[in-house]
Design a protein. Structure first.
Length: 333
């Protein structure tokens, strides 16, 4: 477990002053475990300055200048290893949002998908629900764009201090999501994609961003350049184990107003999800049906939460193939 986590950390982080440690493949397994154990025991809050994509890829700032509605007195951005689901990498205190483009492998389908990682709007699951998803999408000839949006508190979230749900006055995460969709659309020629085949996929909190961008088309920030004249509406949407949609009394978030303009949607969740109740998917599915939005819904008996692409024990592991077939059916692939 620790060795596996160490390799994942080593593959994804750039650590100042720890180059020898990060060259995990050059160390004997017992030395790798020793090094990681020392870091864990020291309770270091961050092993790197920021999350970094794989070698050869680079992050692009989504805002050309100052970030709108900046976080006041932001903490320094960091990354850390988290337990569960085989170990995963979380980005913390993101105040400068970026996007990373992953080019398609093999034949280019012309489609693009923007990925919104989950993390409860507190942190971001950058590998489990980010780079690993891009690995799958690009292997199918789809351009993948991984968004690192602002956290914490950039959207509806659970506040530990008050032990209550909080909806911030400024939806910074939604601002970042809307801007990224427009930015990718503006780069359609450069990225060799069809501007009418740009979709979104999100996990947990990221699934909530999928629902928001699918229904909230009015800009949530003041335009900063000509790119903001473009549409932020995704052409198709995929929400996996979404959260924040099912509100008090078992009612759909009133801020989500589904209409015939909502894009075709794919919903996925497990009935035994211990984090986000199944009503997050069922309520949204009912709203999609009432509005006549073409949708496909898959609810599995088992799978839990935050399974990403890693569940190999339950039928829910077939979900990527289901998504691919759906994309073919709606004319994206």
């Amino acid at each position: 477990m620790i060795l596996k986590l160490a390799r994942r950390v080593g593959n994804r982080l750039k650590v100042r002053g720890m180059n020898n440690l990060i060259q995990m493949t050059d160390l004997a397994p017992n030395r790798v475990v020793d090094c990681v154990f020392i870091l864990l025991m020291c309770h270091l809050p961050a092993w790197a300055e920021t999350w970094q994509p794989a070698q050869g890829l680079s992050q692009l700032a989504i805002w050309p200048g100052a970030v709108p509605n900046p976080i006041e007195s932001p903490q320094a951005e960091s990354v850390a290893a988290a337990e569960g689901h085989g170990g995963w990498i979380q980005s913390r205190d993101v105040s400068r949002p970026t996007m990373t483009v992953y080019a398609p492998k093999g034949s280019n389908t012309g489609a693009a998908v923007i990925v919104f990682p989950g993390g409860g709007f507190r942190v971001l699951a950058m590998d489990l629900e980010g780079s690993e998803i891009c690995g799958w999408l690009t292997s199918r000839g789809i351009t993948c764009v991984l968004l690192k949006y602002r956290v914490p508190g950039g959207n509806h979230h659970w506040d530990e201090k008050c032990q209550c749900s909080v909806t911030p006055k400024v939806p910074r995460a939604l601002q970042d999501a809307q801007r990224t969709i427009k930015l990718v659309r503006s780069k359609a020629k450069e990225l060799a994609i069809d501007p009418n085949k740009i979709g979104v996929i999100g996990f947990s909190a990221g699934g909530y961003l999928v629902a928001q961008t699918s229904n909230i088309f009015a800009p949530t920030y003041k335009p900063v350049d000509a790119i903001d004249k473009l549409s932020s509406r995704p052409d198709f949407a995929i929400a996996a184990y979404p959260g924040h949609l099912c509100r008090a009394g078992g009612k759909l978030d009133p801020g989500i107003r589904v209409t015939e303009k909502t894009p075709p949607t794919f919903l996925l969740q497990a009935w035994d999800d211990p984090v986000d109740p199944i009503c997050n998917s069922t309520l949204y599915a009912q709203a999609l049906e009432r509005a006549g939005v073409p949708s496909e819904v898959h609810l599995f008996a088992k799978g839990g939460h935050a399974f990403g692409l890693r569940d190999k024990e339950h039928p829910i592991s077939s979900w990527p193939a289901l998504v691919e077939n759906w994309l073919k059916e709606i004319g994206i692939l």
